[in-house]
Design a protein around this ligand. Structure first.
Ligand SMILES: *[C@@H]1O[C@H](CO)[C@@H](O)[C@H](O)[C@H]1NC(C)=O
Ligand SMILES: *[C@@H]1O[C@H](CO)[C@@H](O)[C@H](O)[C@H]1NC(C)=O
Ligand SMILES: *[C@@H]1O[C@H](CO)[C@@H](O)[C@H](O)[C@H]1NC(C)=O
Length: 263
């Protein structure tokens, strides 16, 4: 499989604010902490419950906590660049609006404080992405070129997201829970619909045939471009999580975490 690269060129300004020095805040009122002293089973129960209760508030966005609105989530641009690689595809996606995130259900959360890892399993009934696109190269051996409006829909999306974290003392002497690198991001779907308007400079027949071909071969298409989107999506989740946890000391984000103060 092609080792395609994706670069998230720009997220909304709200997320870029993460670069600023952090100012300490309490946990947002809609996000309830869990005790680190719970057994892992009880911790999962608590975290799943609290995460699902918080989701409707989180997805509305919260400027104070640098959480962007996710109804829809705006992504300024996403560059997929594999022009010289085996995939032979160049794609620029701009002005993307991602719908469907507020319907997310968190199915599982596993904190491993010893290994310093967290793993989330979530389900999204339907995700729709409307954007501008500019594409050239090859898609599943077929030459493709064009620019215009793109419409993508994914149904029944299961997402697994795992990352390593660190507990770090910051300048204010408080210990923060800092998401580090993501170690796993996977998703599956029961159906991908894709429609690219205005392919081949508006050549209707070629455009329709290419869209039909992509629709009929959506599973292969997902295998080849899926990893590119995984990279972008995990980047977005990582940014959002990092933004929140950089504002709230770990001892406020978790109950019974007093000993972390001594780190
Ligand atoms: C699409 O991308 C190509 C190659 O990068 C560029 O030359 C062209 O101007 C772009 N077209 C639009 C409409 O942005
Ligand atoms: C996008 O595609 C979906 C699924 O094919 C369709 O139901 C929807 O009407 C389309 N939206 C637009 C704006 O074209
Ligand atoms: C999708 O992933 C979920 C969670 O990992 C799994 O339970 C399910 O069987 C997978 N479905 C398919 C179609 O692979």
């Amino acid at each position: 499989m092609a080792a395609a690269r994706a670069a998230l060129l720009a997220l909304p300004a709200l997320l870029a604010a993460a670069a600023l020095a952090h100012a300490k805040l309490p946990l947002p009122p809609y996000l309830k902490p869990c005790s680190i002293k719970l057994s892992s089973k009880e911790m999962t129960k608590c975290a799943v419950k609290h995460a699902n209760e918080a989701l409707p508030h989180v997805t509305k966005g919260d400027r104070k906590y640098r959480i962007p609105s996710m109804d829809p989530l705006l992504v300024d641009s996403l560059q997929v660049d594999d022009g010289h690689g085996p995939l032979g595809l160049n794609m620029l996606i701009t002005q993307a609006k991602v719908y469907g995130i507020p319907k997310t259900v968190i199915n599982n959360v596993e904190f491993d404080f010893k290994e310093k890892q967290v793993r989330y399993d979530a389900f999204l009934p339907s995700v729709n992405i409307q954007s501008k696109y500019n594409i050239s190269g090859q898609i599943l051996v077929l030459p493709i070129i064009g620019h215009g409006d793109a419409n993508l829909t994914l149904e029944n999306v299961h997402v697994t997201y795992e990352y390593e974290f660190a507990l770090e003392k910051m300048e204010d002497k408080e210990v923060y829970f800092i998401p580090k690198k993501h170690t796993d991001f996977r998703f599956n779907t029961t159906r991908l619909y894709i429609h690219l308007d205005n392919l081949f400079n508006g050549d209707r027949l070629l455009g329709e045939n290419t869209n039909k071909f992509m629709d009929e071969n959506w599973e292969e298409l997902l295998v080849s471009v899926g990893p590119i989107f995984s990279t972008a999506i995990s980047e977005i989740i990582h940014n959002i999580l990092t933004n929140v946890f950089k504002l709230v000391p770990a001892t406020d984000a978790f109950l019974d975490a007093g000993e972390w103060k001594k780190l």
